[in-house]
Write a protein that binds this ligand. Structure first.
Ligand SMILES: [Zn+2]
Length: 56
């Protein structure tokens, strides 16, 4: 699963997708090469549950 992180550079603010396994790591922005810390989740975009309970 991938999710979006936002570049902290005020003049960039580019969103880019990072992989689930990049959580807790630091990636570099593709545009400005700023270091983007990949947090434990994106509070602005909560992930939906992976599986919905299905009523028979
Ligand atoms: Zn950037």
């Amino acid at each position: 699963m991938v999710f979006a992180v936002q570049c902290p550079n005020p003049s960039c603010k580019k969103y880019q997708l990072v992989e689930e396994h990049d959580r807790g790591k630091v990636v570099n922005c593709l545009l400005c090469k700023a270091a983007i810390r990949v947090g434990g989740g994106n509070p602005a975009a909560p992930q939906p549950p992976a599986s919905k309970p299905r009523q028979p």
